[in-house]
Write a protein that binds this ligand. Structure first.
Ligand code: SAH
Ligand code: SF4
Ligand code: F3S
Length: 457
C-alpha cells in the first residue's frame, strides 16, 4: 500500500467515526483554479466528506484563492477575517487556504502571523498533500502547510464537477511569458503540457458521459505541446479532439496573440466542433504599452489575426481582456486602445484597472498616473464598449443561433438563458427540462448584454 493510500484509509476511518462531515470549497479567479477546486473536492469526496454551499454549516472550509489582482487578495483576507467567529463557535472547524495566493511567501507569512484561525496552507501543485495535511489537523495539529513546488502534476485525479453538461479540461499548466504586470508565472511555475492521449481519453469519457461543452484550459493554450517530446501542437490537438464522435462543442482559453498562428486560425475555421469565437486578450492598443508589457506583438499584427478570421466570416466573434492604467499609460496610449476596440468590434471585453503585483517587473516602474484618471478611463472604456456591443449584437437579428441552455433566466420568469456557439448570451421562453441541451433560437432582439429570441421546435 502506498503512503498516501494508507493516509487516505486512516482518514476514511476517522471521518466515518465522526458521523457526517461537511466541506465548503470555494474557488476564486480563473477557470483553471475552478478546475483545481473540483480536484480538491475529488480528494475530499474520496475520504468521506459531503459538501455544503454554506460556510457556516461546514466542518472544513477551503478557500482556493487567486492572486492576479490586489482586490482578489483583499477579498480573501476579508473573508478569512470574518471566519474567525465560526472557529470560535466551532473549535473543531478546519480552515484551509489553497491556490495562487499561497505561492507568495509574503502572503503565507501574513496568514501565519495575523490569521491564526487558518489551519492548512496548500500550494498550487500540492493537491496530493491534502490528505496528509488534513490528517495532521484532525490529529490535533494547529497548523500544517505544503507550499513546495512540484514539477509534475498527476493524471487521473478524481474530480467533483460542478456541471453535468459543461466540463473544463486543463491541457497545460503554468506560463513562460512573463508579461511584466502579471503574477501568474511566479505562482504557477513554467509551462507543463499534459500528454495528448490523456487529454483525448478524458474528453472521450466526458462526451460519452453526456457532456456537451468541453472547455480546454491553459494560461496560453497556443504554446501547448512545446515542452512535449512528441511535438504535437495545439492546432493538431484541436483537430484530433474534433474527430471524437458525438454532439458537443469545443472551446478553449486563453490564447496569446503572439502565438495565434495561421495553423491555429485554420484549425478553428475547419473543425466543425470548435466554437466560432476567439477570446484573444489584447491588453492595450498602444505599441509602446504592449512593448512595456512584454507582450511581443503590435496592434497591427493583432488586427491581422482579427482580419484573417473575419475574411472567413465577417461576423466572427471576438472577446478580449484589457488593462487600463498600466504604469505611465498616457492619454494617447489609452486613445489607441479605444481606437482598437472600435476597429475590432468585440462582442464583449473584460477590463481591469492595473494592479501592482509585488515581484513583477512593472511593479518597479514609478507610475505618474493618478487613480482618479485611471477610473475615469475605465468608465469611458466601458461606455464605448456598451455601444459597440449593442450595435454588434444587432447582426444576429433574424438569424438562428444554436444555444447550449444553461438555466432559468434570473431577469424574466419563464425564460431560459444559454450561450450560443459565438459565446453570446441568449434568452428565450422555454421549459427548464431543456437545461443542458442544444436548442435553436431565432433571434428577434438585441440588448447590450444579451440577445433574445424564439425557440424553434
Ligand atoms: N493567461 C491569460 C490571462 C491571465 S490573467 C492571458 O495571457 O491572456 C487574466 C487577465 O487578468 C489578463 O488577461 C489581464 O488582462 C488581467 N491581469 C493580469 N495581471 C493583471 C494586473 N497586474 N493588473 C490588472 N489586470 C491584470
Ligand atoms: Fe500572465 Fe502573460 Fe502568462 Fe497570461 S501570458 S498568464 S498575462 S504572463
Ligand atoms: Fe488567479 Fe491563479 Fe488563475 S492568479 S487568474 S487563479 S492562475
Amino acid at each position: 500500500m502506498g503512503k498516501n493510500e494508507s493516509i487516505i484509509n486512516e482518514l476514511i476511518e476517522i471521518i466515518s467515526a465522526k458521523g457526517e462531515l461537511k466541506a465548503y470549497v470555494h474557488s476564486f479567479g480563473c477557470q483553471l483554479n475552478v478546475s483545481d477546486g473540483e480536484k480538491i473536492k475529488g480528494v475530499l469526496k474520496k475520504i468521506g466528506y459531503s459538501f455544503t454551499d454554506a460556510a457556516e454549516d461546514a466542518d472544513l472550509i477551503i478557500l482556493n484563492t487567486c492572486a492576479v489582482r490586489e482586490n482578489a487578495e483583499d477579498r480573501v483576507f476579508g473573508i478569512v477575517g470574518s471566519m474567525k467567529h465560526l472557529k470560535d463557535e466551532k473549535p473543531d472547524l478546519i480552515i484551509g487556504i489553497s491556490g495562487c495566493m499561497t505561492a507568495q511567501e509574503h502572503i503565507v507569512e501574513r496568514i501565519k502571523k495575523s490569521y491564526p484561525q487558518v489551519d492548512i496552507v496548500l500550494g498550487t501543485s500540492a493537491i496530493n498533500s491534502l490528505p496528509k495535511l488534513l490528517l495532521d489537523c484532525l490529529n490535533g495539529r494547529s497548523f500544517a502547510a505544503d507550499i513546495a513546488e512540484y514539477a509534475d502534476f498527476s493524471e487521473g485525479q478524481e474530480q467533483v464537477r460542478e456541471s453535468t453538461y459543461k466540463a473544463s479540461v486543463p491541457i497545460m499548466f503554468g506560463c513562460n511569458n512573463f508579461c511584466t504586470y502579471c503574477i501568474v508565472p511566479y505562482v504557477r511555475g513554467r509551462e507543463r503540457s499534459r500528454k495528448a492521449d490523456d487529454i483525448i481519453s478524458e474528453v472521450k469519457q466526458l462526451v460519452s458521459d453526456g457532456y456537451k461543452e468541453i472547455m480546454l484550459l491553459g494560461q496560453n493554450v497556443n504554446s501547448y505541446g512545446n515542452d512535449l517530446e512528441c511535438g504535437i501542437s495545439f492546432p493538431q490537438l484541436l483537430r484530433r479532439l474534433n474527430e471524437i464522435d458525438g454532439d458537443f462543442i469545443i472551446r478553449f482559453m486563453s490564447s496569446h496573440p503572439k502565438d495565434a498562428t495561421k495553423e491555429l486560425l485554420d484549425a478553428i475555421i475547419e473543425c466543425e466542433k470548435v466554437a466560432k469565437h476567439l477570446h484573444l486578450p489584447v491588453q492595450s492598443g498602444s505599441d509602446e504599452i504592449l512593448s512595456a508589457m512584454n507582450r511581443r506583438y503590435t496592434a497591427e499584427k493583432y488586427l491581422e489575426t482579427v482580419e484573417y478570421l473575419r475574411a472567413y466570416d465577417k461576423d466572427f466573434s471576438f472577446t478580449t481582456d484589457i488593462i487600463v492604467g498600466f504604469p505611465n499609460e498616457s492619454a494617447e496610449d489609452f486613445e489607441k486602445t479605444l481606437e482598437l476596440i472600435k476597429k475590432v468590434k468585440y462582442d464583449n471585453i473584460y477590463s481591469f484597472i492595473y494592479s501592482k503585483r509585488t515581484g513583477t517587473k512593472a511593479a518597479e516602474i514609478d507610475d505618474r498616473i493618478s487613480d482618479d484618471e485611471k477610473s475615469a478611463r475605465m468608465r469611458k472604456l466601458l461606455e464605448i464598449q456598451r455601444e459597440i456591443t449593442t450595435e454588434s449584437y444587432k447582426r444576429f437579428i433574424g438569424k438562428t443561433l444554436r444555444v447550449l441552455v444553461d438555466g432559468e433566466s434570473r431577469k424574466k420568469q419563464g425564460y431560459l438563458t444559454g450561450k450560443s456557439n459565438e459565446f453570446i448570451i441568449v434568452e428565450f421562453e422555454g421549459e427548464s427540462s431543456l437545461i443542458g441541451s442544444f436548442v435553436d433560437v431565432e433571434i428577434t432582439d438585441a440588448m447590450n448584454w444579451a440577445v433574445t429570441g424564439k425557440l424553434l421546435k
